[in-house]
Design a binder for this molecule. Structure first.
Ligand code: PLP
Length: 365
């Protein structure tokens, strides 16, 4: 694997910076994924020379031929992570090494070259440094970072591309839920699945999202916020939401979550498993069926369910709907105490309000 020596990044800063007042007004209510910072990182790869041409440049279009491989065969992966402003004006990342490792795992699955961990982290840090003024300071605000890699060879043959672009863009994001998270309603998709054994479910690739959109649209047509996917073989076990992993909290404190395999190995999921265990919960990773979900919600032994991921952190699940009818979990209008406790514990570590006993928080500025 070439590219092990960290490249130097050439900085080409924007000649027309956004005026401070305009940036401040954009940071007040940025939404999610709509406002982008002024710069971006790009690094090129060619089979013959490894990673090269690392640069920070003004945010803008990436010109490409219509015959570029990614446009036809979707050889593409991405990551999602957040940078937080600290009380003393510094900047931290949450478990960026885990994102780097998952990016490498996704790359292998999609027959793409790995970005060495040090290059991945340097690319992130470069962008955070030049665009640090874009990190919102409010509670629950952060700078969402989106590393991605695309196949850039101009070629229509079906084989791995010989050229790639690794890039990073960033957008300021506010609190995902205004006024705190309200329990969401999920649609159980019985027609569509997102991932089969041997497929790409565990890779963070754009294709997984493309296949989820029709199911997500069906969920919304049925008055739900999100779709929940079942396993592709038996159509019986809960996989995940297509962008978030899922947890079930029982009366006796036991917490169940679907095992790794076809689901995306969430870093939030992994962090919650560790935090919940430390808080005295017995956490079990095992297949969990919809029948069990429905029966235990009805009997009342299942007290809470929640979804988790970097964007929304932890979201309570209140109501389920499906072609076979619906049911509710616990109090469908309020976040349960265990969900609340885990959410607070995680956010406090991420925002530097609680001790980081796991070495999860990496200071980059
Ligand atoms: C990114 C993602 C998640 C959540 O992963 P985190 O590392 O916790 O952000 C869950 N499911 C899918 C399909 C994803 O792409």
């Amino acid at each position: 694997m070439t590219g092990g020596d960290i490249l130097d990044f050439e900085r080409h800063l924007t000649p027309t910076p956004v005026p401070d007042a305009e940036r401040e007004s954009l940071l007040v209510n940025p939404g999610f994924g709509k406002v982008f910072t002024e710069h971006m990182v790009t690094v090129r790869y060619a089979e013959s020379k490894g990673w090269y041409d690392a640069r920070v440049e003004p945010f803008g279009p990436i010109p490409m031929s219509p015959a570029t491989a990614v446009l036809h065969y979707a050889q593409e992966i991405f990551e999602g992570m957040k940078a937080y402003k600290t009380a003393d004006g510094g900047v931290t990342l949450f478990r960026p090494d885990a994102n780097a490792q998952r990016f490498a795992t996704s790359a292998r699955r999609m027959a793409m070259p790995e970005v060495p961990e040090d290059l991945f982290l340097k690319a992130i840090t470069e962008l955070v440094e030049v665009d640090r003024a874009w990190i919102p300071g409010g509670a629950d605000s952060s700078l969402y970072l989106r590393p991605y890699m695309i196949a850039t060879e101009v070629f229509l043959g079906v084989r791995p591309s010989a050229e790639y672009l690794f890039g990073v863009i960033a957008c300021p994001v506010g609190a995902y839920f205004k006024g705190g998270p309200k329990p969401i309603t999920l649609w159980i998709s019985q027609e569509y699945t997102r991932a089969a054994p041997g497929g790409t479910g565990a890779a963070k690739c754009g294709g997984n999202y493309a296949t989820s959109l029709v199911a997500q649209a069906e969920a919304m047509n049925n008055g739900c916020d999100q779709v929940v996917f079942l396993d592709a073989v038996e159509r019986k076990y809960v996989d995940e939401l297509g962008g978030m992993n899922i947890f079930f909290v029982y009366e006796d404190g036991t917490i169940i979550t679907p095992p790794l395999g076809t689901i995306l190995p969430g870093i939030t999921r992994d962090s919650i498993i560790k935090l919940a265990s430390e808080q005295g919960h017995k956490v079990i990773e095992r297949p969990y069926s919809v029948d069990e979900w429905r029966a235990d919600a009805a009997s009342g032994t299942l007290k809470e369910a929640f979804a988790c991921g970097t964007a929304a952190v932890i979201t309570p699940i209140g109501t389920l709907k499906s072609a076979d009818g619906g049911f509710t979990v616990g109090d469908p209008e309020a976040m349960g105490p265990v969900t609340h406790q885990l959410r607070t514990a995680l956010i406090d570590i991420q925002q530097g309000k609680a001790a980081d006993t796991h070495g999860w928080v990496r200071r980059v500025i």
